[in-house]
Design a protein around this ligand. Structure first.
Ligand SMILES: [Zn+2]
Length: 289
């Protein structure tokens, strides 16, 4: 082949373009890595913290069963209050009978539960559902909050009926950290995506409201072992709020054959391949979680 100066110039130009683009890509990756732990909630969902963790709120003593609700005259007729529902001032702690499911777990407040409740309030102000959650990642050695995630109910925004605040928080924290187990995050875990100086850390969750059964299960599947919530399931069920889990709790404790009372038809099918996946799983090189 004869030497062609034009072809050589073109080849040289191509090499330069490829080299420059590779360098730019590398730099943008490096910048992303350097900035990864500085991500704000809006951009990267979590917020670095590094401040002492005061721990969960202190337990309250004595009988804290307060009146079911107290209408607040000041809230009636306020602009935006189109429905005139009474303003509730105290958590409802039972359904009007003697059972008191919160006996022994009633606690005071701290920054994190207030933050979760503030997220719920902001969510409503921005057209979302009235629920918020915060996950804090705590350094086991120094008891510092390494970072935290704030989340809101995203059901209407995402058109996702499972996008409750707690589920969304668990998804964000697990995805950002790169781990399934938020109860014990190990520095030497090769999957860990975010830096931590301590050997182990763990996450705790604060929810503006008592989690529904789905969120409760999500929290437990994530191996989170500390849950602090504010409003009760009874608060969520009052007229005007209308997010009642009460029937769901009852449904879960009802035999399957009777669940038609709740509008669910459920069947256990006998099919020759129902155990194939389990049998394969048992003997696979599996990623356990
Ligand atoms: Zn939920």
């Amino acid at each position: 082949m004869n030497w062609n100066p034009n072809r050589s110039i073109l080849l040289l130009a191509a090499v330069v373009v490829i080299g420059v683009s590779a360098l730019l890509t590398m730099e943008s990756r490096l910048t992303a890595v350097m900035q990864s732990d500085q991500a704000s909630i809006g951009a990267g969902r979590y917020k670095p913290c590094n401040e002492p963790y005061s721990g969960v709120p202190s337990k309250l003593t004595g009988n804290r069963l307060l009146p079911a609700s107290a209408p607040c005259a000041a809230c009636l007729g306020v602009e935006g209050n189109r429905h005139n529902y009474p303003c509730q001032k105290h958590n409802i702690k039972n359904a009007g009978n003697s059972s008191h499911p919160y006996q022994g777990i009633e606690a005071g407040s701290n920054r994190w539960i207030r933050m979760a409740c503030a997220e719920a309030h902001k969510s409503v102000a921005e057209g979302g559902g009235p629920f918020g959650a915060v996950i804090v990642q705590v350094d086991d050695a120094t008891n510092q909050v390494i970072r935290y995630w704030r989340s809101r109910n995203q059901v209407t925004k995402s058109v996702d009926p499972t996008a409750h605040a707690e589920v969304t928080a668990v998804r964000m924290a697990a995805a950002d950290l790169g781990v399934y187990n938020l109860g014990e995050i190990r520095r030497n875990d090769p999957q860990l995506r975010l830096p931590q100086t301590c050997e182990t850390s763990h996450c705790e969750i604060y929810s503006s409201c008592e989690p529904c059964p789905m969120c409760y299960a999500a929290i437990r599947w994530a191996r989170i072992d500390t849950l602090v919530f504010g409003a009760t399931r009874f608060d969520a069920a009052v007229p005007g709020v209308d997010f009642s889990d009460l029937e769901l709790y009852e449904e879960l404790s009802t035999p399957y054959q009777d669940r038609h009372r709740f509008g669910l038809r459920v069947l256990q099918a006998t099919t020759d391949n129902s155990l194939d996946a389990f049998n394969l799983w048992k003997n696979s090189d599996k990623v356990e979680y």
